[in-house]
Design a protein around this ligand. Sequence first.
Ligand SMILES: *[C@@H]1O[C@H](CO)[C@@H](O)[C@H](O)[C@H]1NC(C)=O
Ligand SMILES: *[C@@H]1O[C@H](CO)[C@@H](O)[C@H](O)[C@H]1NC(C)=O
Ligand SMILES: *[C@@H]1O[C@H](CO)[C@@H](O)[C@H](O)[C@H]1NC(C)=O
Ligand SMILES: *[C@@H]1O[C@H](CO)[C@@H](O)[C@H](O)[C@H]1NC(C)=O
Length: 471
Amino acid sequence: MATLSSTSALFFSFTLLYFNLISASFTPLTHYLINCGSPQPTTVDFDHRHFTGDVSSSFLSSTGTISLTDQYPSPKSSPIYHTTRVFTRPSKYKFVIKNPGAHLVRLHFRRLKSDFDFSNAKFHVLANEFVLFNSLSMEMGQDFEIVKDYVIGVDSDVLVITFVPSDKSNFGFVNAIEVISAPNDLIADVAQYVKFDKNEQIHGLLKNGFETMYRVNVGGWKVTPFNDSLWRTWVTDDEYLKSNDGLSKVHFGGRINYQDGGASREVGPDNVYNSARVIRSSGNSIPELNMTWTFPVIGGYKYLVRMHFCDIASVARGMLYFNVYVNNNLAYENLDLTEVTNRLLASPFYADFVVDGDSSGVLTLSVGPSNMSLPRAVDAILNGVEILKINNSVGSFDGEICAHAVLKSWKRGNGNVVYPMLAAVFLLLIAFVIMHRRRAGVTDSVAWGRLPMEIPEVNLKYGNQLSSNKL
Ligand SMILES: *[C@@H]1O[C@H](CO)[C@@H](O)[C@H](O)[C@H]1NC(C)=O
Ligand SMILES: *[C@@H]1O[C@H](CO)[C@@H](O)[C@H](O)[C@H]1NC(C)=O
Ligand SMILES: *[C@@H]1O[C@H](CO)[C@@H](O)[C@H](O)[C@H]1NC(C)=O
Ligand SMILES: *[C@@H]1O[C@H](CO)[C@@H](O)[C@H](O)[C@H]1NC(C)=O
């Protein structure tokens, strides 16, 4: 393990040759923001983004869908949660992709107050060959929002997101969809694979998909999509920090020195790098202490752990050395932030580790003083953490069933010929119930955007596509 430091330091320091301060902002080539179930052409969310409605849009190709509108929406919830599209049979959104490569896919869910029994919402969601999830527990109370956040490699010119009800008595739904092309430097193809008996470089990460489990701003405030150039949310770390004893928080009011070849603003925004937690030695001895965070994870998957560092706390260069542990294994010995940032303070750096989620059900991250740590200095720092689940060998983030089998199971279980009829009967029944209740003077929280719609399958390659939504 002791030999690790010099070789991996080389690997982690990227190309240090052409460091320049950079400030160009990122504009995605492909950028779809869809407010599902909305008849309005545009809806502006709390982060000032424009979402397009999907009623009679060219993305949605399905017949068995219903759009619902919340008549009495909570003013505290973003307008993208005020409408929903419901799927009574497999339904697809097709997005034309301008440049193959990694794409951010974000799905928003919140059950509406309605006559719909959302306990019957049980469905699979696929994105091209990936199974994003198999069902979502929306039963536990209706007033919260669920955002599922992924990075998916797209190697064709179309990304198809498919909603498949678990069986014919179930339905699927979604409130909003984001599909955004990722900057090239967001996911690197290599990382260090850390286990108790090994710490080695692995390649080929880019062929995987990733689901965000945790995105944490250590020692700082919550960061909302408004302040993140990829519209991500970073939560605070208090909940995950094992103990606060002997640690302190740091905030930095100066400018973060983003450099070419280092972590970009898309990798981590200013608000993540300008706050941190640190271990500091005030006297002549170095604290015997680690800062430790624990994150619940599900076993049977690999996780990509990205740790964000930015030395905003040292008074001079070359004074901060520390060790990084992943699941109590030494992942990086004597990390010297001065060296990996081309001798610039307040310059961001990140390290990627791949770990196996084990049966313990937790992933543990620590940073602490190393043999080279100095007294009267900062002796460990962490600014941010991301933990991304990597899909399993069948391309799933949720179980052992592949996308192909999910689609086949619907056909087998429901019979190709009957399901459109069943769906029609289902829709009529609901319409009847609602009209009946209206007449009976029952106030309804559901408005019908449109009853069963026929949307012709269009070939999106030539059909009209949504123009980019720029902020
Ligand atoms: C964005 O960041 C600035 C600076 O940290 C902060 O003052 C502001 O409240 C943030 N805005 C939102 C919407 O989070
Ligand atoms: C810090 O954590 C590592 C890994 O679990 C452990 O080996 C080391 O003893 C810890 N140091 C202290 C001072 O607790
Ligand atoms: C650092 O100290 C540990 C014991 O605390 C020792 O096992 C290890 O070899 C030392 N590493 C170096 C590079 O001296
Ligand atoms: C994730 O899915 C891709 C595409 O199906 C596959 O090539 C890759 O091997 C999967 N990852 C793992 C860790 O099995």
